[in-house]
Design a protein around this ligand. Sequence first.
Ligand SMILES: Cc1cc2nc3c(=O)[nH]c(=O)nc-3n(C[C@H](O)[C@H](O)[C@H](O)COP(=O)(O)O)c2cc1C
Ligand code: SF4
Ligand code: FES
Length: 731
Amino acid sequence: MNTASPRRVFPLKLEPASSLSTAERAAVLSACARLKELPGALLPILHAVQEALRFVPKDAVPLIAKELNLSIAEVHGVVSFYHYFLQERPGRHVVHVCRAEACQALGSVALEAHAKAALGIDYHATTRDGAITLEPVYCLGNCALGPSVMIDEQLQGHVTPQRFDALIAPLRTTPASVDSTSPNAGPGNAAAAGVATPIKIYVPRDAAALGLGADETARAIVDQAALRGIGIELIRNGSRGMLWLEPLVEVEVAGIRRAFGPVSAADVASLFDAGFTGSALSDGTRGATGPPVVAGSGEHSGHALSLGPTAEIPYLKRQDRLTFARVGITDPRSIDDYVAHEGYRGLTAALSMAPADIVATVTASGLRGRGGAAFPAGIKWKTVLGAPGHPKYIVCNADEGDSGTFSDRMLMEGDPFVLIEGMTIAGVATGATRGFIYLRWEYPQAKAALEAAISAAYAAGALGENIRDSGKTFDLEVRMGAGAYICGEETSLLESLEGKRGQVRFKPPLPALKGLFGKPTVINNVITFASVPIILDKGADFYQHFGMGRSRGTLPMQLAGNVKYGGLVEIAFGMTLREILEDFGGGSLSGRPLRAVQVGGPLGAYLPQSQFDTPLDYEAFAAIRGMLGHGGIVAFDDSVDMAAQARYAMEFCAVESCGKCTPCRIGSTRGVEVIDRLIAGEHAAQQEILLRDLCETLTYGSLCALGGLTPYPVLSALNHFPEDFVPRQKD
Ligand SMILES: Cc1cc2nc3c(=O)[nH]c(=O)nc-3n(C[C@H](O)[C@H](O)[C@H](O)COP(=O)(O)O)c2cc1C
Ligand code: SF4
Ligand code: FES
């Protein structure tokens, strides 16, 4: 008789029962199988899982960890770092409400309160019927047309509480992820069959225009043309940047483009009735340099929305469009159109030059980084060119997290080839063979435009091996961020690209020497790269002829918040802030006096009227303890509460801190509490001393500029608008 007790089998590792269904488990494993060989695979895998399942389930984490040979803690750490990844199953629709400054200037605080009350939930919660999950977001790149909301992937502008209710109502009954929310849902380019010379009609596919109904307008144009038997070619262009006129429709007659705007779908039939496809409309009159044209002002005969030849509109005519030369003009998906409009001339020139000469040309142009720190681009490139190590990388910072900025978005959507060309030139100049565009998730239209343009560039031999028979190789891909402001900081971005939490790295070593995956890396902003092709094409002298002092060339300023005519204004450095606000912006949208302007994003100072005559120049702004940053200008009228703005700046730092250093991680939270006590009048004098002391600690004790510059908006509000910090009876 066998007396041995029966053998008990213990699993080597106890695996708790998973809550994943078979289909969910298969989706997670499929994402891992497809993507795990990518360098920095974790973020792409998490995006794929969230795309498939609409969230990243808790029990997906161990599966992913196992597939990538990472610890569960590492994967969980990444999932929980990024605001975009949802850890709970969301409702059928996810509604993101913008909380950032430019939308605040246009009424988003009231909208937030309304949204929460109307849905009966707070942020990060789902309505009881399972229809809607409400999430906050910090800027959607629609800062001139706020308050802004994103419903699933569809941006919406001018969202008043009433419009919010109207947008939300159908979501209660519609299923998740309907096609109409996808970035390519609207009509694309279309030509009438059998018509010899169809009339070209342009309707932007820019996200801001879509947020005001450009797809519906385009659809109505196609329908009306078909109904009337008029042959048209519909071209989905980028935006001209006159955002208050969106959707801006252009009709090309006899080689001249005439503008109409803002054109809603309901206006389209009347435009056809008035003969707009045959230029039957007269152009009206307007001052050459005065405030921009106002649609429907009665200046135009024929149709109230007629604006005359687009190129003659003063808002555009007064600009120096170098980087944005093609935006709104060409078809962003057509490489032929790009080449027909002087595209790829810069690369052609670069391919005939020695790398050191390309770098010398960029240095001589005076181009400084447009992402905020204004470091000379040529010097960075020279360091990478001379750095030992292989491979080398080119990384484009397309994280554009600053409230009040949208130039990167507009450029990527309106002329993606110029960015691709600029990055390719950077590769040729430094010996880098691979590039990444790190793009924020909030920009789905930009992603679609970039991916289409990258495919077209590969097909045309302008990317990949042996570019244009030069023997040079340059590969390029888009990688998505996941909603972390700090990932705009270059070292944090590199960590994120490597598939990690976006925590800031110590410097040195500089990314130019030890960057992505430890290799020499050029990292530049979208606008920096996009400014390079024209420099190579027309020469350093041409470019550096624009500007003032050490600020050479042009800067695409973005006019946002409470201004009448918000939009993109590319001008040479040197114009004053007041000129921009008044000549272009036309003053406040509300009609009340402008009281404060924040320049340079959430870390920029609030400037009072007395500083409006500061020229737009890096050094002039530094002299008043401000910064130009990425060129965002956010205007507030006299109803603004500057104590609330200071509090928001501290709160933003607390929400977005990467957590690496104490002054920022803890100090920002304490800062909010101190400001609350100051506003409440609890020992106000001591609170002010404490706040100033805390700001000093943040300035000198922070590792990066998120903590280091948060005192700019806080102290500028306190110093320039002390009356708002005095306790008072609030309504
Ligand atoms: C908190 C923080 C956020 C930043 N966000 C961005 C950003 O969204 N886009 C950007 O290009 N640069 C951003 N920067 C600047 C980058 O660190 C870096 O200077 C830039 O990518 C370099 O490119 P450039 O020289 O072309 O400007 C940020 C910096 C900090 C400290
Ligand atoms: S200052 Fe803030 S964001 Fe920057 S490294 Fe320190 S903790 Fe991170
Ligand atoms: S879209 Fe709201 S601040 Fe930019």
